[in-house]
Design a protein around this ligand. Structure first.
Ligand SMILES: Cc1cc2nc3c(=O)[nH]c(=O)nc-3n(C[C@H](O)[C@H](O)[C@H](O)COP(=O)(O)O)c2cc1C
Length: 225
């Protein structure tokens, strides 16, 4: 089985999205399963790099999309690349291939990652690929492109899910599912409501320091509404 990864972060090789794929690859490659990494931001700026990606994608069994959430959705360069694949290969152009999405974000609540996971599943449907489910991880900002092992206990939950994923890939235990997210883990060992309270306080504090007075201002809103 050969695997192609598509890393969606604008930070490319220095991203947490890459750290997650590298963690998987460290275990898969010694077991004879190659993982070839491709970066959406590079393909966005150098469209000719897309040709190699498309070629490898056609020859692959599994596509792993690993991406952060930027302002509620997938990063724009990743959307651009996915749309390019659809355009060039046509509807059902990747029939027979599988897809696994790793979507992670700063906030801990699962709903932060849901629209991005839906976008990946929609891509799978459009391309005729088998949806192998999504992995959803919250509180990933502090990882900041470091290796998952270097973060110690903080990434224990994420690593445990990725270890199980490797095992399933090797043993053939990952199969098509209806479920959007197979797992959801957060690195923050606090209730989401408490994290929300703390983050809101932090944002208010930062706004005050930057001289922003009205946090509810709607510069593009219609007057009177
Ligand atoms: C411009 C920008 C927008 C973001 N928007 C969200 C968001 O809507 N929800 C969220 O939970 N995290 C958000 N984050 C946090 C990132 O998802 C998080 O820091 C992630 O770990 C970055 O991963 P990367 O290193 O792979 O890019 C945002 C970060 C940036 C830089």
């Amino acid at each position: 089985m050969n695997i192609v990864s598509l890393i969606g972060s604008n930070r490319g090789e220095k991203s947490t999205s890459a750290s997650m794929v590298n963690y998987l690859a460290q275990q898969l490659v010694p077991q004879g399963i190659p993982v070839s990494n491709h970066y959406a931001v590079r393909m966005y700026h150098q469209p000719h790099a897309q040709a190699v990606f498309l070629q490898e994608l056609q020859e692959s069994v599994l596509l792993i999309v690993s991406s952060p959430v930027y302002v509620d959705f997938l990063p724009a360069p990743l959307i651009h690349v996915l749309e390019g694949v659809r355009e060039r290969m046509g509807r059902n152009g990747l029939e027979g291939r599988k897809i696994l999405a790793i979507i992670h974000s700063g906030y801990p609540e699962p709903q932060q990652r849901r629209p991005s996971l839906e976008m990946c599943r929609c891509f799978a449907r459009e391309m005729g690929m088998e949806w192998w489910g999504g992995l959803s991880f919250g509180g990933t900002s502090p990882i900041s492109g470091q290796s998952l092992e270097a973060m110690g206990g903080m990434t224990k939950g994420i690593r445990s899910v990725l270890n199980q994923t490797v095992e399933k890939i090797v043993k053939g235990g990952l199969t098509g599912v209806e479920t959007l997210a197979l797992e959801d883990r957060s690195t923050i060992p606090l209730s989401p409501w408490l994290v929300k309270l703390m983050m809101n306080a932090m944002i208010r504090n930062n706004a005050k320091k930057s001289g922003i007075k009205d946090l509810k201002a709607r510069p593009y809103g219609v007057k009177g509404k």
